[in-house]
Design a protein. Sequence first.
Length: 355
Amino acid sequence: MAGKRGEDVVLKVPEGTVIRDAASGRVIADMSGETQRYVILKGGHGGNGNMHYATSTMQAPKYAQPGQPARTIEVILELKMIADVGLVGYPNVGKSTLLSMSTNAKPKIADYPFTTLIPMLGVVSLGYGESFIMADIPGLIDGAADGAGKGNEFLQHIERTRLLMHVVDASGSEGRDPVEDIEAINRELSRYAVDLSDRPQIIVANKTDLIMPDAGEDDPMHRLTAYCEANGLELYPVSAATGEGVKELLFAAYRKLQEIPVDRFVFTQEMDPETEITASGESFTVSYDAKEGQYVVEGPKIEKMLGYTNLETEKGFLFFQNFLKENGILEQLKKLGIQEGDTVRLYGHAFEYYE
Ligand SMILES: Nc1nc2c(ncn2[C@@H]2O[C@H](COP(=O)(O)OP(=O)(O)OP(=O)(O)O)[C@@H](O)[C@H]2O)c(=O)[nH]1
Ligand SMILES: [Mg+2]
Protein backbone atom coordinates (compact mmCIF):
# COMPACT_ATOMS: atom_id res chain seq x y z
CA MET A 1 0.00 0.00 0.00
CA ALA A 2 2.62 2.52 0.95
CA GLY A 3 5.85 1.16 -0.48
CA LYS A 4 8.80 -0.01 1.55
CA ARG A 5 11.49 2.34 2.79
CA GLY A 6 15.12 1.67 1.98
CA GLU A 7 17.70 1.31 4.72
CA ASP A 8 20.29 4.03 5.23
CA VAL A 9 23.88 2.91 5.01
CA VAL A 10 25.63 4.53 7.97
CA LEU A 11 29.36 4.09 8.42
CA LYS A 12 30.96 5.19 11.66
CA VAL A 13 34.53 6.37 11.22
CA PRO A 14 37.17 7.67 13.62
CA GLU A 15 37.46 11.43 13.80
CA GLY A 16 39.94 12.71 11.24
CA THR A 17 39.00 10.23 8.51
CA VAL A 18 39.16 11.73 5.04
CA ILE A 19 36.67 10.40 2.49
CA ARG A 20 37.86 10.28 -1.11
CA ASP A 21 36.28 9.17 -4.37
CA ALA A 22 38.04 5.89 -5.20
CA ALA A 23 37.99 6.56 -8.92
CA SER A 24 39.49 10.04 -8.96
CA GLY A 25 41.04 10.39 -5.50
CA ARG A 26 39.23 13.69 -4.98
CA VAL A 27 38.27 14.66 -1.43
CA ILE A 28 34.56 14.32 -0.66
CA ALA A 29 34.61 15.13 3.06
CA ASP A 30 36.95 15.56 5.98
CA MET A 31 35.38 13.99 9.05
CA SER A 32 36.88 16.37 11.57
CA GLY A 33 36.01 19.61 13.33
CA GLU A 34 32.48 20.68 12.47
CA THR A 35 31.85 17.76 10.12
CA GLN A 36 30.51 15.05 12.40
CA ARG A 37 28.03 13.58 9.94
CA TYR A 38 28.10 13.68 6.19
CA VAL A 39 25.66 12.34 3.61
CA ILE A 40 27.65 11.19 0.60
CA LEU A 41 24.68 10.16 -1.51
CA LYS A 42 21.02 10.53 -0.78
CA GLY A 43 18.86 7.54 -1.62
CA GLY A 44 16.57 7.52 -4.61
CA HIS A 45 13.14 9.09 -4.33
CA GLY A 46 10.65 6.72 -2.75
CA GLY A 47 7.84 5.29 -4.86
CA ASN A 48 4.11 5.72 -4.48
CA GLY A 49 1.98 2.89 -3.16
CA ASN A 50 -1.19 2.01 -5.02
CA MET A 51 -3.30 3.94 -2.49
CA HIS A 52 -1.67 7.07 -3.84
CA TYR A 53 -3.55 6.50 -7.06
CA ALA A 54 -6.94 5.73 -5.49
CA THR A 55 -9.93 7.70 -6.71
CA SER A 56 -13.60 7.64 -5.76
CA THR A 57 -14.35 5.15 -8.49
CA MET A 58 -11.14 3.15 -8.19
CA GLN A 59 -10.66 2.32 -4.53
CA ALA A 60 -7.90 -0.21 -4.95
CA PRO A 61 -5.90 0.57 -8.10
CA LYS A 62 -3.49 -2.11 -9.28
CA TYR A 63 -0.88 0.44 -10.30
CA ALA A 64 1.93 1.39 -7.98
CA GLN A 65 5.17 3.25 -8.65
CA PRO A 66 8.39 1.76 -7.35
CA GLY A 67 11.07 3.96 -5.88
CA GLN A 68 13.98 5.22 -7.92
CA PRO A 69 17.05 3.03 -7.93
CA ALA A 70 19.78 3.94 -5.46
CA ARG A 71 23.06 5.39 -6.63
CA THR A 72 26.39 3.84 -5.80
CA ILE A 73 29.89 5.18 -5.27
CA GLU A 74 33.14 3.59 -4.19
CA VAL A 75 35.04 5.61 -1.63
CA ILE A 76 38.36 5.38 0.16
CA LEU A 77 38.32 6.09 3.89
CA GLU A 78 41.70 7.52 4.80
CA LEU A 79 42.48 7.27 8.47
CA LYS A 80 44.42 10.24 9.75
CA MET A 81 45.12 10.49 13.42
CA ILE A 82 44.51 13.76 15.13
CA ALA A 83 47.38 14.46 17.47
CA ASP A 84 49.18 17.57 18.60
CA VAL A 85 52.67 16.16 18.40
CA GLY A 86 54.05 13.62 15.96
CA LEU A 87 57.21 11.60 16.60
CA VAL A 88 59.38 11.11 13.54
CA GLY A 89 62.80 9.60 13.00
CA TYR A 90 64.72 6.62 11.73
CA PRO A 91 63.85 3.16 13.07
CA ASN A 92 65.25 2.16 16.47
CA VAL A 93 66.10 5.70 17.65
CA GLY A 94 63.73 5.38 20.62
CA LYS A 95 60.46 6.98 19.52
CA SER A 96 58.27 4.37 21.17
CA THR A 97 60.39 4.44 24.30
CA LEU A 98 59.81 8.19 24.46
CA LEU A 99 56.05 7.71 24.00
CA SER A 100 55.92 5.14 26.80
CA MET A 101 57.99 7.38 29.09
CA SER A 102 55.76 10.38 28.42
CA THR A 103 52.29 8.84 28.35
CA ASN A 104 50.25 5.89 29.57
CA ALA A 105 50.55 4.25 26.17
CA LYS A 106 52.27 0.87 26.14
CA PRO A 107 53.91 0.61 22.74
CA LYS A 108 56.10 -2.31 21.81
CA ILE A 109 59.76 -1.49 22.33
CA ALA A 110 62.60 -3.64 21.10
CA ASP A 111 66.17 -3.36 19.99
CA TYR A 112 65.57 -3.82 16.30
CA PRO A 113 64.27 -1.57 13.54
CA PHE A 114 60.59 -1.56 12.55
CA THR A 115 59.34 -2.60 15.96
CA THR A 116 56.41 -0.23 15.62
CA LEU A 117 54.18 -1.34 12.78
CA ILE A 118 51.08 0.69 13.40
CA PRO A 119 50.82 4.28 14.66
CA MET A 120 49.95 4.78 18.30
CA LEU A 121 48.62 7.63 20.39
CA GLY A 122 49.21 8.67 23.97
CA VAL A 123 48.13 11.57 26.17
CA VAL A 124 50.88 13.62 27.81
CA SER A 125 49.57 15.03 31.10
CA LEU A 126 51.58 17.78 32.69
CA GLY A 127 49.06 18.47 35.45
CA TYR A 128 46.49 21.25 35.92
CA GLY A 129 44.63 20.20 32.78
CA GLU A 130 47.71 20.84 30.71
CA SER A 131 47.90 18.00 28.28
CA PHE A 132 48.49 17.17 24.64
CA ILE A 133 48.28 14.13 22.39
CA MET A 134 51.41 12.50 21.08
CA ALA A 135 51.52 10.16 18.08
CA ASP A 136 54.21 7.55 17.56
CA ILE A 137 54.61 6.31 14.03
CA PRO A 138 56.84 3.57 12.64
CA GLY A 139 60.39 4.54 11.76
CA LEU A 140 61.04 6.24 8.43
CA ILE A 141 63.69 5.30 5.93
CA ASP A 142 65.22 6.90 2.85
CA GLY A 143 62.59 7.13 0.14
CA ALA A 144 59.75 7.13 2.70
CA ALA A 145 57.98 9.92 0.83
CA ASP A 146 57.83 7.65 -2.23
CA GLY A 147 56.42 4.82 -0.19
CA ALA A 148 59.62 3.02 0.81
CA GLY A 149 58.94 1.03 3.99
CA LYS A 150 55.31 2.16 3.74
CA GLY A 151 56.66 5.62 4.63
CA ASN A 152 53.96 7.59 2.84
CA GLU A 153 51.29 5.62 4.67
CA PHE A 154 52.90 6.46 8.00
CA LEU A 155 53.51 10.10 7.10
CA GLN A 156 49.82 10.51 6.36
CA HIS A 157 49.18 10.05 10.08
CA ILE A 158 51.22 13.08 11.04
CA GLU A 159 49.75 15.36 8.39
CA ARG A 160 47.54 16.88 11.02
CA THR A 161 50.00 17.22 13.86
CA ARG A 162 50.96 20.74 14.83
CA LEU A 163 54.42 19.99 16.08
CA LEU A 164 56.97 17.35 15.15
CA MET A 165 59.38 15.78 17.60
CA HIS A 166 62.25 14.71 15.45
CA VAL A 167 64.08 11.96 17.34
CA VAL A 168 67.71 11.04 16.62
CA ASP A 169 70.14 8.66 18.28
CA ALA A 170 72.57 11.24 19.65
CA SER A 171 75.02 8.57 20.77
CA GLY A 172 75.49 7.32 17.25
CA SER A 173 75.28 3.88 18.86
CA GLU A 174 74.39 2.24 15.58
CA GLY A 175 77.14 3.93 13.67
CA ARG A 176 74.86 6.52 12.18
CA ASP A 177 75.45 10.23 12.28
CA PRO A 178 72.61 12.20 13.94
CA VAL A 179 73.21 15.30 11.81
CA GLU A 180 73.00 13.31 8.59
CA ASP A 181 69.88 11.62 9.94
CA ILE A 182 68.15 14.94 10.60
CA GLU A 183 68.86 16.10 7.08
CA ALA A 184 67.74 12.85 5.51
CA ILE A 185 64.45 12.70 7.43
CA ASN A 186 63.75 16.36 6.69
CA ARG A 187 64.34 15.64 3.01
CA GLU A 188 61.64 12.98 3.15
CA LEU A 189 59.28 15.33 5.01
CA SER A 190 59.61 17.98 2.32
CA ARG A 191 59.13 15.46 -0.49
CA TYR A 192 55.94 13.99 0.95
CA ALA A 193 52.68 14.79 -0.86
CA VAL A 194 51.84 17.41 1.74
CA ASP A 195 54.98 19.42 2.47
CA LEU A 196 55.68 18.64 6.12
CA SER A 197 59.02 20.43 6.25
CA ASP A 198 57.52 23.71 7.41
CA ARG A 199 55.83 22.03 10.38
CA PRO A 200 57.40 23.36 13.60
CA GLN A 201 60.02 20.91 14.86
CA ILE A 202 61.85 20.11 18.04
CA ILE A 203 64.98 18.00 17.72
CA VAL A 204 65.18 15.30 20.38
CA ALA A 205 68.71 14.04 20.96
CA ASN A 206 67.96 10.66 22.49
CA LYS A 207 70.13 7.97 24.10
CA THR A 208 72.38 10.56 25.76
CA ASP A 209 73.00 7.97 28.51
CA LEU A 210 75.07 6.02 26.00
CA ILE A 211 77.43 8.91 25.27
CA MET A 212 80.80 8.29 26.86
CA PRO A 213 81.72 10.90 29.44
CA ASP A 214 84.67 13.01 28.36
CA ALA A 215 84.22 11.98 24.74
CA GLY A 216 85.43 15.44 23.85
CA GLU A 217 85.46 16.18 20.15
CA ASP A 218 84.11 12.68 19.42
CA ASP A 219 80.90 13.45 21.31
CA PRO A 220 78.22 13.56 18.57
CA MET A 221 76.35 16.05 20.77
CA HIS A 222 78.98 18.64 19.86
CA ARG A 223 78.25 18.50 16.17
CA LEU A 224 74.51 18.18 16.82
CA THR A 225 74.49 21.28 19.02
CA ALA A 226 76.48 23.28 16.47
CA TYR A 227 74.22 22.12 13.63
CA CYS A 228 71.02 23.03 15.48
CA GLU A 229 72.39 26.44 16.47
CA ALA A 230 73.42 27.17 12.91
CA ASN A 231 70.01 26.16 11.57
CA GLY A 232 67.85 27.73 14.25
CA LEU A 233 66.56 24.37 15.49
CA GLU A 234 65.54 23.76 19.10
CA LEU A 235 67.47 20.87 20.58
CA TYR A 236 66.61 18.83 23.67
CA PRO A 237 69.00 16.16 24.93
CA VAL A 238 67.15 13.31 26.64
CA SER A 239 67.37 9.71 27.61
CA ALA A 240 64.04 8.08 26.99
CA ALA A 241 65.38 5.03 28.82
CA THR A 242 66.27 6.76 32.10
CA GLY A 243 63.84 9.65 31.78
CA GLU A 244 66.60 12.23 31.95
CA GLY A 245 65.55 15.47 30.24
CA VAL A 246 62.13 14.13 29.23
CA LYS A 247 60.14 16.48 31.51
CA GLU A 248 61.95 19.52 30.13
CA LEU A 249 61.23 18.33 26.59
CA LEU A 250 57.52 17.83 27.28
CA PHE A 251 57.12 21.25 28.90
CA ALA A 252 58.93 22.85 25.98
CA ALA A 253 56.60 21.07 23.56
CA TYR A 254 53.58 22.20 25.55
CA ARG A 255 54.76 25.82 25.54
CA LYS A 256 55.40 25.68 21.82
CA LEU A 257 51.95 24.24 21.15
CA GLN A 258 50.38 27.27 22.81
CA GLU A 259 51.86 29.41 20.02
CA ILE A 260 50.70 27.20 17.16
CA PRO A 261 47.11 27.66 15.94
CA VAL A 262 44.76 24.80 16.76
CA ASP A 263 42.93 24.86 13.45
CA ARG A 264 44.49 21.77 12.09
CA PHE A 265 45.02 21.05 8.49
CA VAL A 266 41.53 20.62 7.06
CA PHE A 267 40.88 19.08 3.66
CA THR A 268 38.55 21.04 1.44
CA GLN A 269 35.94 19.32 -0.66
CA GLU A 270 36.96 18.61 -4.24
CA MET A 271 33.94 16.61 -5.29
CA ASP A 272 30.25 16.54 -4.41
CA PRO A 273 28.91 13.09 -5.35
CA GLU A 274 25.35 14.32 -4.85
CA THR A 275 25.60 16.42 -8.01
CA GLU A 276 27.94 14.16 -9.97
CA ILE A 277 26.74 10.62 -9.50
CA THR A 278 23.63 9.41 -11.25
CA ALA A 279 22.06 6.01 -10.80
CA SER A 280 24.13 3.51 -12.73
CA GLY A 281 22.66 1.92 -15.84
CA GLU A 282 20.16 4.74 -16.16
CA SER A 283 20.71 5.31 -19.84
CA PHE A 284 18.70 5.15 -23.02
CA THR A 285 19.13 5.88 -26.72
CA VAL A 286 16.75 7.35 -29.26
CA SER A 287 17.33 6.45 -32.90
CA TYR A 288 15.65 6.04 -36.29
CA ASP A 289 15.39 2.61 -37.88
CA ALA A 290 15.29 3.49 -41.59
CA LYS A 291 14.57 -0.09 -42.70
CA GLU A 292 11.41 -0.33 -40.63
CA GLY A 293 10.64 3.37 -40.88
CA GLN A 294 10.28 3.49 -37.12
CA TYR A 295 11.76 5.48 -34.28
CA VAL A 296 13.38 3.31 -31.62
CA VAL A 297 13.80 4.15 -27.93
CA GLU A 298 15.79 1.62 -25.93
CA GLY A 299 18.23 1.13 -23.08
CA PRO A 300 18.20 -0.09 -19.47
CA LYS A 301 16.29 2.94 -18.27
CA ILE A 302 13.45 2.30 -20.70
CA GLU A 303 13.38 -1.41 -19.90
CA LYS A 304 13.20 -0.67 -16.22
CA MET A 305 10.39 1.84 -16.66
CA LEU A 306 8.36 -0.53 -18.79
CA GLY A 307 8.84 -3.18 -16.16
CA TYR A 308 7.04 -1.18 -13.53
CA THR A 309 4.52 0.65 -15.67
CA ASN A 310 1.18 -0.86 -16.64
CA LEU A 311 0.45 0.77 -20.00
CA GLU A 312 -3.02 -0.76 -20.09
CA THR A 313 -4.22 1.56 -17.35
CA GLU A 314 -4.87 5.24 -17.78
CA LYS A 315 -2.64 6.16 -14.83
CA GLY A 316 0.12 4.02 -16.18
CA PHE A 317 -0.14 5.51 -19.63
CA LEU A 318 -0.13 9.05 -18.21
CA PHE A 319 2.98 8.21 -16.24
CA PHE A 320 4.56 6.81 -19.39
CA GLN A 321 3.85 10.00 -21.33
CA ASN A 322 5.28 12.09 -18.53
CA PHE A 323 8.35 9.89 -18.44
CA LEU A 324 9.00 10.48 -22.14
CA LYS A 325 8.69 14.20 -21.64
CA GLU A 326 10.68 14.52 -18.39
CA ASN A 327 13.58 12.48 -19.65
CA GLY A 328 13.92 14.53 -22.82
CA ILE A 329 12.90 11.61 -25.01
CA LEU A 330 10.21 13.60 -26.85
CA GLU A 331 12.73 16.33 -27.48
CA GLN A 332 15.19 13.87 -28.97
CA LEU A 333 12.49 12.35 -31.18
CA LYS A 334 11.65 15.82 -32.49
CA LYS A 335 15.32 16.46 -33.20
CA LEU A 336 15.38 13.29 -35.29
CA GLY A 337 12.49 14.77 -37.28
CA ILE A 338 9.52 12.78 -36.02
CA GLN A 339 6.16 13.72 -37.54
CA GLU A 340 2.62 13.21 -36.29
CA GLY A 341 1.49 9.67 -36.97
CA ASP A 342 5.02 8.18 -37.09
CA THR A 343 5.65 4.98 -35.16
CA VAL A 344 7.79 4.78 -32.03
CA ARG A 345 9.02 1.38 -30.91
CA LEU A 346 9.99 0.55 -27.34
CA TYR A 347 10.87 -3.09 -26.92
CA GLY A 348 7.62 -4.99 -27.40
CA HIS A 349 5.49 -1.84 -27.68
CA ALA A 350 4.72 0.37 -30.65
CA PHE A 351 2.95 3.74 -30.51
CA GLU A 352 1.82 6.34 -32.94
CA TYR A 353 3.28 9.72 -32.17
CA TYR A 354 0.96 12.66 -31.61
CA GLU A 355 1.85 16.08 -30.21
N1 LIG B 1 70.35 3.30 26.21
C1 LIG B 1 69.23 3.75 25.70
N2 LIG B 1 68.48 2.94 24.95
C2 LIG B 1 67.31 3.42 24.44
C3 LIG B 1 66.90 4.75 24.70
N3 LIG B 1 65.71 4.93 24.06
C4 LIG B 1 65.41 3.77 23.44
N4 LIG B 1 66.38 2.86 23.68
C5 LIG B 1 66.43 1.48 23.17
O1 LIG B 1 66.49 1.54 21.75
C6 LIG B 1 65.78 0.44 21.18
C7 LIG B 1 64.74 0.91 20.22
O2 LIG B 1 63.74 1.65 20.92
P1 LIG B 1 62.27 1.90 20.34
O3 LIG B 1 61.60 2.83 21.25
O4 LIG B 1 61.61 0.61 20.04
O5 LIG B 1 62.67 2.63 18.98
P2 LIG B 1 61.69 3.19 17.84
O6 LIG B 1 62.27 4.45 17.35
O7 LIG B 1 60.30 3.23 18.32
O8 LIG B 1 61.87 2.07 16.72
P3 LIG B 1 60.89 1.67 15.52
O9 LIG B 1 59.55 1.44 16.10
O10 LIG B 1 61.49 0.43 14.98
O11 LIG B 1 60.94 2.80 14.58
C8 LIG B 1 65.20 -0.34 22.36
O12 LIG B 1 66.04 -1.40 22.66
C9 LIG B 1 65.18 0.67 23.48
O13 LIG B 1 65.28 0.07 24.76
C10 LIG B 1 67.73 5.58 25.52
O14 LIG B 1 67.45 6.74 25.80
N5 LIG B 1 68.88 5.02 25.98
MG1 LIG C 1 58.68 2.25 17.68
